[in-house]
Design a protein around this ligand. Sequence first.
Ligand SMILES: Cc1cc2nc3c(=O)[nH]c(=O)nc-3n(C[C@H](O)[C@H](O)[C@H](O)COP(=O)(O)OP(=O)(O)OC[C@H]3O[C@@H](n4cnc5c(N)ncnc54)[C@H](O)[C@@H]3O)c2cc1C
Length: 527
Amino acid sequence: MSYDVIIVGGGHNGLVAACYLAKSGLKTLVLEAREIVGGGAVTEEIRPGFRCSTLDHVVGPFSSQILADLNLARHGLEMINPEVRVLALAPDGRHLCIYNDPGRTVSEIEKFSANDAKSYPGFVNSFSRIGGVLAPLLSMTPPSIDQPTKTDLWHLGKVGLAFRGLGKKDEYRLLRWAPMAVADLVSEWFETELLRATVAARGIHGAFAGPWSAGTSLGLLWQAALDGSAIGSASYPKGGAGGLAQALANAATAAGAEIRTSARVAQISGAYSDKPKVVLEGGEEIDSRAIVSNADPRMTFLNLVDPIDLEPGFLLKMRNYRAPGIVAKINLALDGLPSFRGVEDAAKLSGRIHIGPEIDYLERAFDASKYGEFSTDPYLDINIPSLGDPSLAPAGKHVMSIHVQFAPYKLNQGDWTTRREEFASNVIDKLEVYAPNLRELIVASQVITPLDLEQKHGLSGGHIHHGEQTLDQFFTFRPLIGWAQYRTPLKRLYLCGAGTHPGGGLTGLPGANAAREITRDFKERKV
Ligand SMILES: Cc1cc2nc3c(=O)[nH]c(=O)nc-3n(C[C@H](O)[C@H](O)[C@H](O)COP(=O)(O)OP(=O)(O)OC[C@H]3O[C@@H](n4cnc5c(N)ncnc54)[C@H](O)[C@@H]3O)c2cc1C
């Protein structure tokens, strides 16, 4: 059986691409290595009756345009949108709650600082305006640097015009902020350490960087482009992250795409010629007119493609593409809701919970990873999804999803097999400073190290975003300069995953952008 397009990987971007390609009439096959589709967006049982988002716990946010195009609500997607974006905890029992509603947030900030409460609306409005100008870049194919087309110039021109419309103050801010260390940016707005650290955390989320690293403000600008706010969203699908993947798989199948799970691609061959094919583990060969890789760039070019098919110069650049994983994940099944010191209203726990009370705390957490150690005082981003979706755990019980940073892929002392328990135990110890009865409530746990992310989830180097999202690996440089348009040096091989613009997170945008370029190439008979 021959296909028009084979997509290697059924992550959410692969599924989004499959939906658009199948809708445009192309015979599309998705091959997913794992027994379930979704990649980062999967929900699995950690103990009978307790289901948790294995990796991602909140959603991107997912592009509203794609939601509408694919009618995902009709295919079963239901989003839970907590009023609380993030609850930041301090070790002395104080807390600061950031709501979607800036007015409610100002009242919370007033408990800490009248100055910060006054600054907050200006901060929110400035990021919202700047995010609005940047937003169109997300769904744009980055222009070619050498030969920009008329369409490239037209799109960039429109962004330029919107930039001029910002007014001098925000124009200057945007130009200054992008290369700045996020610690400097937040200190220009706020004096409360807990607020500074909570806002700054978005700049280092998933990154091999501390708040004092140059360029970390970019994360805030990008977050603002996604949903108008510099502070990460707390929305998640009913049924956990897998609810999104299931809806996408339903939409792809309804559009005519075929999906095969437990189908690991061992090799992509002949993609430089008119007869590309994939070879599955086990030897089965499948032909198609084009192959689209949802696997990360290093996995694609350094593992799946025969190096003989690639120029040495390209291979060298790909080997230098940076993807040092520093995130681990711990999921807990709990016998009840933990009591967080000083938090009387359980509704405040319904968004993300942030642990990393000071800028210096976050920087020290990063320091450890520079020297191949996991942080003994890690930055934690936590979600208790069973509060908004009781179907995830038995009545009265809960699941807790903990994103742990920093946990370097390569340890200096020992390895992840021998140090897994010590690592997990340290995280629980640190969490008990805030929730003293946590340990006694744990009935089951799942610990996912960066090595597991590589070995089980196919993420090279264990990097959660398929590669660092720094200025040199961004937009027209993602994954490599000259190859940011979803095409590759092999004329029938494309990329559609988080290693392409606009990068990681459950947004669906790389998949949709890639599908647009691929469909165009089919229409123009380039493939
Ligand atoms: C621990 C963790 C926490 C995260 N938290 C969040 C969060 O809360 N919110 C958020 O928005 N983002 C989060 N992210 C990031 C997010 O998961 C990724 O950016 C997103 O999953 C990228 O989607 P993708 O479809 O491009 O790739 P992936 O989700 O990585 O999917 C790629 C797919 O390809 C498959 N594959 C790889 N190689 C092969 C092969 N040879 N043959 C067949 N199939 C193959 C993989 O099995 C996988 O299913 C998190 C990631 C991790 C790892």
